[in-house]
Design a protein around this ligand. Structure first.
Ligand SMILES: [Zn+2]
Length: 579
């Protein structure tokens, strides 16, 4: 799981079964039951996989590390055991993902406000952090600044933070997020850093400063996020070695803590506190800031490589074998970082060893059933999720099978199954025909379906399914339940506890009270959904008038083999990205 859209600093670092003439076999429909049923061994296999992937020996599985590669080899071995065919490059289970890694250096970092003959220097790490550059080891810019609110341009909602402002040659100063008056989906879309940086760049800015608001820091204190300032960040590496979505026009991108915001806004018409309040009320207006800003940052930049791990179950219908239902779970996590209570290894048991383990169990389940679904199924353990959905973006842009044949994505990420539940939460099903599929599958498995308990977290755009959505492919993100199974332990409370205390912390390890029976049920559900989509007469479709379908839905249709070849030479045009 990726960090929430705000606070901004974190983003730095961070159809039925063919009308049912075919009855599911194997343990797809097996009820969760006694120890003698397949369910018990399902749970044990999932637990063994979680314990292996979240072991200290995997060193937190950070993208492009030896620990991640050990975890990738483990997943490939499990695919082979399950009888999946290699679905990666050149007959292997692996798809190479070229990356650039940039690490910020403290030495040479600068944030100065020059105004009325005075210079105010902010303190590195405590008050500001430059973002590592993927373009130049020594980045610097000095220019006047303009405050652009939340940098949201949404004419469809009659909102334009850039109205009347001239950004040419200036440094854009902005807040994260998007107006709370926006509908959830549009709010999430416009809150993304990708959209903000795109608009700023198009308008001629030469730098960007993200200012944390007081509300941002209630969610995530600056100091906690800033403690990992030297954690490397990554981008996809395009042909010729240039980063994809690196924003070269923006010489320096920096973040400023809420407590240091006054130094930035002093001398203008409005104080930081007034602006934080206006942001809460949706009443922000942009303006030119007095004086100039002088920003600098040094970075160590290196080309690296990581791997997606791809297993394939060929479809049983020769006419549909080239179409693929893609099940995904990200394998990477945060690696080794700042110590918390003496522990420096960010094991990522729930985020997302558990999702991968559930995907592996779903693969075993579908593989064990006969005949195979009509369409093919792909199982992809993705790299680079925590770095900005990079492995998913690469796969959705350069899949190892025909891109036009990708019919749906079913993603598993960070199911917080730490209290027994009787339901699941299918995020994003309201956008496509997948809703009917998920509803039917859940009824067959005997699991309830609940709405997203925290719609304000907009997780549909925060995990790997969004890379598929942006490629025009209907997707669902299967998340853990929120209804208590025993009437005592409340999954919603357990989820909140996890998010506050162990999310992206070293304590997200295999000691968490993971409910492996619930995990096994989620695996059966994922297998059932994959099988239903695989056997449906037609591939899934976006709902009429849907926001994502309207914005991206044409991409899937437009992308025949020729389109794929064209993108192979210009990957940037395909919109691979960063958020
Ligand atoms: Zn995460």
């Amino acid at each position: 799981m990726r960090p929430v859209v705000a606070p901004t600093l974190l983003l730095f670092l961070c159809a039925g079964l063919l009308a049912c003439d075919r009855t599911p076999t194997g343990d797809i429909a097996a009820p969760a039951g006694s120890a003698a049923t397949p369910a018990a061994s399902d749970a044990a296999r999932i637990e063994a996989d979680v314990r292996a992937l979240a072991d200290d020996a995997m060193e937190g599985r950070q993208t492009a590390t030896a620990g991640y590669d050990r975890a990738a080899d483990y997943v490939a071995a499990r695919y082979a055991e399950a009888g999946l065919a290699p679905g990666g490059d050149g007959g292997t289970y692996f798809q190479a993902v070229p990356l650039l890694r940039a690490t910020l250096l403290a030495d040479g970092a600068r944030f100065e406000v020059r105004r009325d003959g005075q210079t105010i220097a902010l303190a590195f790490q405590r008050e500001f952090l430059p973002r590592a550059s993927f373009h130049t080891a020594d980045a610097a810019v000095q220019a006047p600044a303009v405050f652009v609110g939340q940098a949201v341009h949404a004419p469809e909602l009659d909102h334009d933070d850039f109205a009347g402002l001239d950004l040419r040659g200036k440094i854009a100063v902005l807040f994260g997020g998007a107006p709370s008056s926006f509908p959830g989906t549009q709010r999430a879309f416009h809150a993304s850093q990708r959209e903000k940086l795109r608009h700023i760049t198009e308008r001629g800015a030469v730098g960007a400063v993200f200012v944390n608001t007081a509300a941002d820091e209630v969610r995530m204190p600056w100091a906690r996020a800033a403690g990992n300032w030297d954690t490397p960040t990554m981008r996809l590496r395009g042909p010729g070695g240039a980063p994809i979505d690196g924003w070269p026009q923006l010489q320096v991108i920096a973040a400023v803590s809420a407590s240091a915001a006054d130094a930035l806004f002093a001398g203008g018409d409005q104080s930081a506190a007034m602006l934080f309040d206006a942001a809460n009320r949706g009443a922000l207006r942009g303006f030119d800031l007095p004086g100039t800003l002088s920003l600098a940052g040094r970075s160590a930049i290196a080309p690296v490589q990581s791997r997606n791990v791809v297993g394939r179950l060929p479809g049983s219908d020769p006419a549909l074998v080239a179409e693929h239902v893609v099940l995904t779970a990200h394998l990477d996590h945060l690696g080794i970082g700042a110590a918390v209570k003496g522990d420096r290894i960010y094991n990522g048991a729930i985020d997302n060893a558990l999702g991968v383990a559930i995907m592996l169990e779903a693969a075993r389940t579908v593989r064990a059933a006969t005949p195979a679904p009509l369409r093919s199924l792909l199982f992809v353990a993705l790299t680079g999720e925590e770095q900005g959905l990079l492995g998913a973006e690469w796969f959705a842009t350069y899949p190892t099978v025909a891109r036009a044949g990708l019919v749906a994505n079913i993603n598993l990420d960070m199911p917080v199954l730490t209290a027994p539940s009787s339901d699941i939460v299918p995020i994003g099903v309201e956008h496509s025909s997948l809703k009917a599929v998920v509803t039917a599958a859940a009824a067959e498995i005997g699991v309830g379906v609940s709405a997203d308990p925290f719609p304000e977290e907009v997780v549909f755009v925060r995990s790997d399914q969004y890379a598929f959505v942006r490629a025009g492919i209907p997707a669902v993100y299967l998340d853990g339940g929120v209804v208590s199974a025993d009437g005592e332990r409340d999954p919603k409370v357990a989820l909140t506890y996890f998010l506050r205390n162990c999310y992206h912390q070293p304590c997200d390890d295999a000691d968490q009270p993971i409910q492996y029976g619930d995990a096994a049920r989620l695996a059966r559900l994922a297998a059932n959904i994959g099988t239903r989509v695989g056997n449906a007469p037609a591939r899934p479709t976006w709902n009429a008038g849907d926001f994502f379908g309207g914005r991206f839905g044409g991409a899937a249709i437009a992308s025949g083999p020729d389109a794929r070849a064209a993108e192979a030479t210009t990957p940037g045009a395909a919109g691979a990205s960063v958020d």
